[in-house]
Design a protein around this ligand. Structure first.
Ligand SMILES: [Zn+2]
Ligand SMILES: [Zn+2]
Length: 169
């Protein structure tokens, strides 16, 4: 869990925090892929009802290519910001892009903020490279590493007609 003890913010107008580690060390097990050398920096500044926090996340996510299933490294360099509300007020109760500290809590839990920022940063297409050739649908050969001997009779039926056309006529 990435958390900050409220005691450390008492009587502060300004404070900086850093966290480093991998997915397990930082309690980010909810992520479905490993992260390495994650570094989180956050700068807290006093604001109405609590603090405004800005910072950045860097590191490497180890993702699985959707086409060839090979793991690849995806560098993370993400800016984050959030409001941290310490007052017991209903004013913000429907907002979810801020952190509300419940009365009696002694920590600000930043785990969800960090996790959501990483998930939002991931590319829509999870591929190891733009021109990844993927796996042969028949034998599973990684076509980035070489061709296989499968005959291509699994051609899309919509294109099969084209094969029958004799272009020399
Ligand atoms: Zn790939
Ligand atoms: Zn094959």
């Amino acid at each position: 869990m990435i958390k900050i003890a409220l005691d450390r913010l008492r009587n502060q107008t300004d404070a900086e925090f850093e966290f480093s580690g991998n997915r397990e060390e930082l309690g980010l097990q909810d992520l479905q892929f490993p992260v390495q050398d994650l570094h989180v920096y956050l700068h807290f500044m006093e604001a109405d009802h609590g603090f405004y926090a800005v910072g950045d996340i860097s590191g490497v996510a180890l993702l699985d290519c959707h086409r060839c299933l090979t793991q690849f490294e995806y560098p993370l360099d993400i800016s984050v910001s959030t409001m941290v509300i310490l007052d017991q007020t209903d004013e913000f109760k429907d907002e979810d892009d801020l952190i509300q500290v419940a009365p009696g809590d002694r920590y600000i839990n930043l785990t969800k903020l960090i996790k959501d920022a990483i998930l939002l940063d991931l590319p829509v297409k999870l591929v190891c490279k733009e021109d990844c050739q993927g796996l042969c649908a028949q034998c599973g050969t990684n076509l980035n590493e070489g061709q296989c001997d499968c005959t291509d009779d699994s051609i899309d039926p919509r294109w099969a007609k084209l094969k029958e056309i004799n272009f020399e006529d």
